[in-house]
Design a protein around this ligand. Sequence first.
Ligand code: AMO
Length: 429
Amino acid sequence: MERTLAKEARQKAGCRIRLCGWVHRLRDLGNLTFLLLRDRSGLIQVVLEGKDHPELRLETVVTVEGKVVANDKAPGKVEIQEAKVEVISEVEYDHLPLAVNAKEIKEGLDTILNHRVLSLRSPLVHGIFLVQQEIIRAFRDFFRARGFTEIQTPKIVAEGAEGGAEMFPVKYFKKRAYLAQSPQFYKQMMVAAGYERVFEVGHAYRAELHNTTRHLNEYISLDVEMGFIRDENDLMAIENEFLRYLFSVLPETCGEELAQHGVELADPGEIPRLSVREAQALLQKEYGKRLPAGQIDAEAEKLLGRYIKEKTGSDFLFLTAFPVAKRPVYAMPMEDEPALTKSFDLLYKGLEITTGGQRIHRYRMLYDKMQAFGLNPEDFGFYLDTFKYGVPPHGGFAIGCERLTMQLLNLANIREASLFPRDVERVIP
Ligand code: AMO
């Protein structure tokens, strides 16, 4: 008999079917055993009569054959009766390291991550990555539909794009290379290569020592780069449009998982904006918080998130006009105020999820700025030379996929939004 999934069984009342999955929960009432079976689609109740069935333990892999019968009290409102169960893979443990079948996993994050395969079986945790899949799918769909080409750029690179120290060195035969911090240079080079509009879903690596709830050392970067822009406003506009699209499709593509996490998404509408200067003045006036020029720290992000939510109802806020000194070398300065750049961050519920901006597209300007930043233009020849051959005004942004997932689902720690997180302490599993 063909296999039926738990979810499909809901439409098959009266039919005999075969299911495959894991033993999620067992309730032994002597002559009656209720088995909750879990497969990739969800849960279904199986009623085993008598004692004439193999010994079952939690997480044993089984197949079940039986008849679908309506039962309003069972999950999915059906159950399997007249069931025959067969073990297809046994378990070998003294006790389960974490309760896969608990409503919420009670064990600490370390236990959850040490036993990642088991924790991912928990329906609530499982759902996180179904939502993340749909975020990535929506990102692809949205940008492809607007003439963007999907690219894959190298993750072993000769120079860092974001400046400075936070890079993992790689021994690359006789040379030193690094893991890419960002596809920054390559996505710009692909605009220059005539694709004009590109996007990438790829890993990025940061050797940051930050051990916080919002930093990973390996994360998924949702990158966009776009040629022939007028200025950074075009970029904020398209990111805003993407988020409105995302929030409109997620309830259709993963409504059940959002509901499981108690999340209701509202149209983000027109996202409010503040310049960094305005934001700093506001922080001082409202919260007595003073910051060095151009800086917005994590606490300031939280306060701004709270402020804008109270004043406008928005979960999002664009921060604009960061000073040159706070942005990487490639950021385009403003014509009328050259100490500021045409760049922005996007905060979501008080956490930065995006950085973006217009880039310098003129060779001489970029060359001079590299020197002013104390960089040797010759080290960046592979990138810099691109701008000798005619590059349109362009810019882009990157969304941290785990940060977006975390904020959307109100997770407490970014590690929960990464399948196998890499942090300062953790390279396994
Ligand atoms: P930036 O360095 O700000 O900008 O990174 C962009 C976004 O990536 C996410 N992010 C991280 N997520 C988890 N752990 C980290 N350690 C981490 N570091 C960054 C954040 C952040 O907003 N090249 C530019 C982007 C551009 O201008 O196109 C860049 O990489 O969500």
